[in-house]
Design a protein around this ligand. Structure first.
Ligand code: FE2
Length: 361
């Protein structure tokens, strides 16, 4: 009945092979995939120009962050890779002042409402800081980190799984995952949100948690007991796990049910092949400007005043449809395997035995 709260960091299974080749296709109408793609030719043709553009944007981002003491105050880590050439290392003749470049491989996706729309529960200042600075920094850094790599041009959701690298994350992982997580987080809220869910979502909550109140209690517990930075999630555990990315955090749970989980840093349920339904950002930067260190007040306000159960319901329907389609594919694969195994069976031949009694008389 109760869903498992998952607190331990994920454990890698080892072995990096096949990570990129085993990516699942985007679910039909599934998670809110972030459109990133261009044609391969267009991407290849623009790489040199974009690399220089990203370096310029990177310099502008770093300069901007130096003017912002609140970044250090909120404990946001140093974001960008150190592999980018410094101005000095490129020589004086190559130093040019360029304006920051707006266009990049991946663009910062705005919340689906005005930045002041969540007031008085989340102030415009807090949203601007959270989205406009923190998330933007991840976008800038990811674009710089993936240029010219196998991750470039990949769907963001697939990039998260690939960059996690079975528990031995590549540097772009934190940026890709935090962008995905934040887009998902903003979409999880709406002005005038809160209340209680209805329809199939409520039915499954009552089935899997016993009651709505019990689910809220577990979700709050996950959000408040996540040590340090991280996320609390409501997710739909589908009928199979195939990513090979991490130890299944709910090995004893039944399939096709709702679960509550908490994750450290940028980790999210995509790594377990679960379908995330709701995300609560419990990094301090998410609430410090409005709630200081009162994480409990922030989490309660999120669930009472901001959460969009309509969005969660829509995600649940997509998750169930995805699980259903995958079950059909699994069944078809099993049938094909059975047919193939049968066709390979050697013909059994029964030879007359020397001891055949019928011939002894
Ligand atoms: Fe955040």
């Amino acid at each position: 009945m109760a869903a498992a709260s998952v607190g331990a960091p994920l454990l890698g299974l080892g072995g990096a092979e096949a990570t990129l080749s085993r990516l699942r296709p985007p679910p039909p109408g599934g998670h809110e995939s972030i459109p990133l793609r261009r044609s391969a030719a267009a991407v290849a043709a623009s790489i040199p120009r974009r690399r220089e553009s990203l370096r310029s944007a990177e310099r502008a981002s770093v300069a901007s962050s130096r003017k912002t003491p609140t970044r250090a105050m909120l404990g946001f880590p140093s974001l960008c890779p150190t592999s980018l050439p410094s101005r000095q290392s490129r020589g004086r003749n190559n130093v040019r002042r360029r304006a920051p470049v707006a266009a990049a491989l991946l663009e910062l996706k705005p919340p689906p409402y005005p930045l002041d729309a969540l007031e008085p529960h989340l102030s415009r200042e807090a949203v601007e800081h959270h989205w406009g600075r923190h998330q933007r920094s991840h976008v800038d850094c990811l674009n710089a980190a993936i240029a010219g790599t196998q991750l470039e041009g990949m769907e963001l959701e697939d990039m998260v799984v690939a960059a996690y690298n079975k528990g031995d994350p590549h540097p772009p992982f934190v940026h890709a995952a935090q962008i995905w997580n934040h887009d998902f987080f903003w979409q999880s809220m709406k002005p005038g949100g809160g209340g209680e869910p209805s329809g199939r979502l409520m039915e499954l909550i009552e089935r899997d948690f016993g009651s709505y109140e019990r689910m809220i209690k577990e979700l709050k517990h996950a959000a408040l007991t996540q040590f340090g930075s991280g996320w609390a999630w409501l997710a739909y555990k589908a009928n199979r796990l195939e990513v090979g990315n991490a130890v299944n955090p709910c090995p004893s749970e039944k399939d096709n049910k709702l679960v509550v989980a908490k994750t450290p840093n940028a980790v999210n349920p995509l790594l377990w092949d679960y379908s995330p339904l709701l995300a609560i950002d419990v990094w301090e930067h998410a609430y410090y400007l409005d709630y200081e260190n009162r994480r409990a007040d922030y989490v309660s306000t999120f669930l009472d005043k901001l959460v969009s159960w309509e969005v969660v319901s829509s995600r649940l329907e997509n998750a169930i449809n995805r699980a259903t389609e995958r079950a059909k594919v699994d069944e078809k694969r099993r049938q094909d395997d059975d047919v193939e195994a049968t066709s390979r069976k050697p013909v059994e031949m029964y030879l007359d035995s020397d001891n055949d009694d019928s011939e002894t008389e």
